[in-house]
Design a protein around this ligand. Structure first.
Ligand code: 5GP
Length: 194
């Protein structure tokens, strides 16, 4: 998506540890019009897949997830992060290693909201090593739902997570794909897949 690439070049800031800060439009302040364009584009790509649920992970996936869900006219579920050992109720649970906080946390989704009747589109703001998506895919598999694929705002392809998933046959559509990002001179190079 040209619009998203241009916005990344204009407002993105490269931090230490291969982190791209996009707080002004995606991760703190939200540009709702831009999120809506992402929703429309994902509807173009997955519109014929019979999606019944959008699944994301709190907190930064919720904004983009809401906009996508509006285009598919279906509910958004966000996996909750928890450090609680005794989880009450009937939940699917998986573990995720955090890219940004460098810790491992559990994610849970209530069995009330995801069943084998569902067809799921997983959505997130970023794809780096693929840990968050792997946790969400694990939850979809536990539920017996069908996974249509993943829709990502920004994929950092140089961290490999997206291509690993694609090589396993999982459909991954990213609205901006960063091939290279240089902390020293601030340069960002975009690429494509498929
Ligand atoms: P992964 O699990 O694929 O390694 O990383 C994806 C998750 O880490 C996303 O849910 C996102 O919240 C966070 N993340 C990864 N890389 C970045 C980044 O460069 N910037 C920001 N803001 N978040 C990131």
């Amino acid at each position: 998506m040209k619009l998203l690439e241009e916005r990344i070049l204009k407002d993105g800031k490269i931090s230490k540890g291969n982190v791209l800060k996009v707080d002004s439009f995606l991760n703190h302040q939200l540009d709702v019009s831009l999120l809506s364009e992402i929703g429309a584009e994902l509807k173009n790509k997955y519109g014929d897949c019979g999606i019944t649920k959008i699944l994301t992970i709190e907190a930064s996936g919720i904004g983009v997830g809401c906009m996508v869900a509006q285009f598919f006219n279906c509910p958004l579920i966000f996996a909750k992060k928890t450090k609680t050992i005794n989880i009450k109720g009937d939940v699917y649970k998986s573990s995720v290693e955090s890219f940004t906080h460098q810790c491992v946390y559990d994610i849970i989704v209530s069995k009330d909201f995801l069943t084998s009747d569902d067809t799921v589109l997983i959505v997130d703001d970023f794809l780096a090593k693929g840990n968050a998506l792997n946790g969400l895919i694990d939850i979809v598999n536990q539920s017996g739902a069908h996974l249509a694929g993943c829709g990502i705002a920004i994929e950092k392809a140089f961290q490999g997570g997206g291509d690993k998933l694609r090589s396993k046959g999982i459909r991954v559509e990213s609205m901006a794909i960063i091939e290279e990002m240089d902390c020293e001179n601030g340069s960002i190079t975009f690429g494509t897949r498929n």
